[in-house]
Design a protein around this ligand. Sequence first.
Ligand SMILES: *Cc1c(COP(=O)(O)O)cnc(C)c1O
Length: 444
Amino acid sequence: MQKKTANITVNPRPFAYRHRTLYCDGVDLTTLAAEHGTPLYVYSAAQITERFQLFQRAFTHEVRPHTICYAVKANSSLAILRLLATQGAGFDIVSGGELERVRKAHKPALKKVVFSGVGKQLWEIDAALDADILLFNVESEAELHLLATRAEARSKVARFALRVNPDVFAETHPYISTGLSEHKFGIDIKSARAIYRAAKKSKWLDPTGVSVHIGSQIRKVDPFAAALTRVTSLIADLRKDGHNIRYVDAGGGLGIDYGAGAFDPAKQVEKYAAALSKGLANEPAHLLLEPGRFIVAQAGALLTRVLYVKRNGSKTFVITDAAMNDLIRPALYHAHHEIIPVREPAKQSAKQTAGKSSSLVVDVVGPVCESGDFFARDRALPAFKPNDLVVLLDAGAYGMSQTSNYNTRPRPAEVLIEGKSARLIRRRETMRDLLAPELNGINH
Ligand SMILES: *Cc1c(COP(=O)(O)O)cnc(C)c1O
């Protein structure tokens, strides 16, 4: 259980008011909106680095050889991948496309790539073999077969870990829970030993490790320990069978606090490291970690502008220029994002608070033609007016990486804040970008 300690004042986010205006580190968001338009993703380079270093330190304290393979799907921006690679990160990828992103961002990091995913295609396996990645997290016997065939065709030995399903329950949203046998992920841990044994028949397969990933946005650390206890005992059996297991991959999934309360990320990582260590006991294998959300979620926010405020019956709707195509988490997982104005609301005097409040219960929604296109429902927020800038916090993970062009809306631009300067790391899409793949279809 996360204890709410009254004296913790850690601000887990790089966003704070200065002179009544919201800043990301040294840059004010009003200026950013004027320069780059909205909706706009804003990330703090300092915070991404800090979170990565928290992980590094926590596992150094636990005295374990380890590599942090950042989960690319959480935020796959090339600039962010490069930032992490220069800190020493490896990467967890789930597609051939993400492999190309790592190659572009920092080619030497390819040797620290682990490749996860239940549906790897032939060309993706070939590309990863050619790139000489660290290992494949194999999720089925059929995939292991294909891997052996492709490795042989290229006369290359494929390093692999079976991603085992430990049948451990982790309390999170059902769409992001993966560690139960009813889920599509991994191989039943009870069948793993036999599959490793069978793999010995191919000289093109090197059983390098064992891997596990039980889900995402997991706040209690006990399930991580439970999963690793089972993995550790499997590794002991595998050693008895003569396999040279050098890596144990603990996956990702450590959650953050999306709420308004105090949250101490350093403590959270320490608890996580202690839980993993408990599960691993004296297991000497090199530990691989695949955090995504914890590294980037709170470093980022989605900056948007209020277009209209309208009343329908008893409800008030604040309509923003960002929509579910720009940030789908509320629609997809009923996720909560704090919403705050860029201009700090005046502090209310006691008299005002006792009388009429200046906040209003509203729905914050986007322009997309879906009732699921909402960012908040029945939430008390400061009274927003058209043209006001507002920010959806904690949008650095699974925000931009899950965007779409639904309703033929261009994807937002992205800026990376580095101290007092802002760098455009992805320009806003244009109509030309959106229509180009289709123009041949009408020009004939
Ligand atoms: C999504 C995913 C991760 C990252 O999960 P987070 O919750 O963002 O830390 C790590 N490993 C695998 C295999 C994944 O699918």
